[in-house]
Design a protein around this ligand. Structure first.
Ligand SMILES: *Cc1c(COP(=O)(O)O)cnc(C)c1O
Length: 464
């Protein structure tokens, strides 16, 4: 029988723990109150354990010290950290979507570490609007009359509907009742702004007459939603943009398009299928088009609305805009990304997302061979080989479309594929891989400068 009371008495005292050198290092860095709180937490957990187990509990000061330090280390490590994306998915929704390059951060730094003209008109010495900074470049690139930027595309759609159609009916094809990432469903969004969804057509086929028959006095808008993350194939049909727009004009109701993916230039040269480009959709005549800043556009998280001045002005005046507004960092990043689209010759080099998509099969194969060779050269039980594979664009863009790539498949003599996947993920490199074929797979498409070396180092640490 172990003596619980004796064990409780043996627990080191707070003052004793605070005197330990390793703990003093922490009280020098952080407030004593904060460190004490965590010591108390560990002592409390020890007391609980003593009271609830039959086994003797190690109450030495060394153990307690170790636990306190572990806890403080976890608490003071940033939760948001960089990872290595070895999945090949260029716009990975869980891994931060579009990448920004360093030059953009230089500009963001210049703006945000100094005062700036975020809401000030230098020409007049008067108050200005934060939304004015990217409006001209957006209208230049898209051909729209006016533009507005908000927090993300979900916010853009909400603002658009809130400001234009509350209390009225919004017509949407049954084939376009999209869900984006769980919490954003077009039917729910329409209901949430106090409008009524009126579904038209069937899931696979919607005709222009379906829209026409649904129009009544109560109709507030025709809303087209780009099926950016799925495709309806086979016996299917939807009216083209011209039909939708001429119908809307005839009945004098606005036509909106939630395009989502935000493609500014044609990517068919990369072997990708046709996808509507913002300027084309604007040219077709939609009153407002909305899209994301951090999908195919390759910029910061933002929601962009472009279209007729009459509607954009209405959005600018709506009180909801204040709740959805973008920060100077977003505006600065977006302005620099957009300016790269003014130089179409270099855009595949200057925008990281496009660069990732635009790698040739030869380049990818070379990268994969290098990684594979380095892993085999470790000579510690790994077997790596290069295989042909397929990467996805991701971010809900180009559903079902794959790009040919090179993948390094790795096995180990003693460790399973799932063990390797887990250790790579939990390592300091936080390497995210796929498991397939009883191997961990590294798709080299999304590996960035320095990543190959980190992967090799981590694999070495795992099995040395
Ligand atoms: C991605 C997407 C959205 C949501 O955009 P976020 O920028 O993620 O808020 C809305 N509609 C469509 C069609 C989309 O593809």
């Amino acid at each position: 029988m172990i003596d619980m009371k004796e064990q409780l008495r043996e627990l080191p005292k707070m003052t004793h723990i605070l005197e330990r050198d390793s703990i003093k290092k922490w009280t020098n860095r952080l407030s004593q109150l904060y460190v004490k709180k965590h010591i108390n937490y560990v002592l409390e957990a020890m007391r609980d354990k003593i009271l609830n187990t039959e086994e003797p509990v190690d109450t030495s000061v060394n153990i307690i010290e170790k636990k306190v330090i572990q806890l403080l280390e976890t608490k003071t490590t940033p939760s948001l950290c960089k990872v290595i994306n070895a999945t090949g998915t260029a716009l990975h929704t869980n891994l931060g979507r579009a990448l920004l390059d360093e030059k953009i951060f230089e500009e963001m730094k210049n703006i945000s570490t100094r005062y700036n003209n975020l809401e000030y008109q230098l020409d007049y010495g008067q108050r200005g609007s934060r939304y004015s900074h990217v409006e001209n470049i957006l209208t230049d690139i898209t051909g729209a009359e006016a533009a507005l930027v908000v927090n993300n595309n979900a916010a853009a759609v909400m603002l658009l509907l809130t400001a234009t159609v509350p209390g009225s009916e919004v017509l949407v094809s049954r084939g376009e009742l999209v869900e984006i990432g769980g919490s954003f469903r077009i039917p729910d969004v329409i209901e949430s702004v106090g409008a009524t969804l009126k579904e038209v057509g069937a899931t696979n086929k919607t005709h222009i007459r379906d829209y026409e028959e649904a129009i009544t006095e109560a109709t507030g808008a025709l809303l087209r939603v780009h099926t950016s993350n799925y495709r309806i194939v086979g016996f299917s049909q939807t009216p083209d943009d011209n039909e939708i727009i001429s119908l809307a004009r005839r009945y004098n109701i606005p036509a909106f398009n939630d395009l989502g993916s935000g493609l500014l230039i044609d990517l068919q040269s990369l072997g990708l299928p046709y996808e509507p480009i913002i300027s084309e959709v604007i040219k077709a005549g939609y009153d407002v088009v909305s899209f994301s800043g951090d999908k195919l556009l390759g910029g910061p998280q933002a929601g962009i609305l472009v279209g007729k001045r009459k509607y954009i002005d209405k959005l600018k005046k709506h009180p909801l805009l204040r709740a959805l507004r973008v920060d100077k960092l977003t505006i600065s990043a977006l302005e620099s990304v957009l300016s790269r689209y003014l130089q179409p010759d270099t855009v595949f080099k200057s925008i990281p997302l496009l660069k990732i998509l635009n790698q040739s099969e030869e380049i990818l194969k070379e990268k994969a061979k290098l990684l594979s060779r380095e892993i085999n050269n470790l000579n510690i039980g790994y077997h790596a080989k290069v295989v042909q594979g397929y990467s996805q664009v991701g971010g809900g863009a180009y559903p079902g479309v794959t790009l040919s790539t090179s993948v390094v498949e790795v096995k180990h003599d003693h460790y399973s594929d799932y063990e390797l996947e887990r250790w790579l993920r939990l390592s300091e490199g936080h390497i995210i891989t796929r498991v397939s074929n009883e191997c961990v797979q590294f798709d080299v498409r999304t590996l960035l400068k320095g990543d190959i070396q980190t992967i090799v180092n981590v694999l070495y640490e795992i099995a040395k």
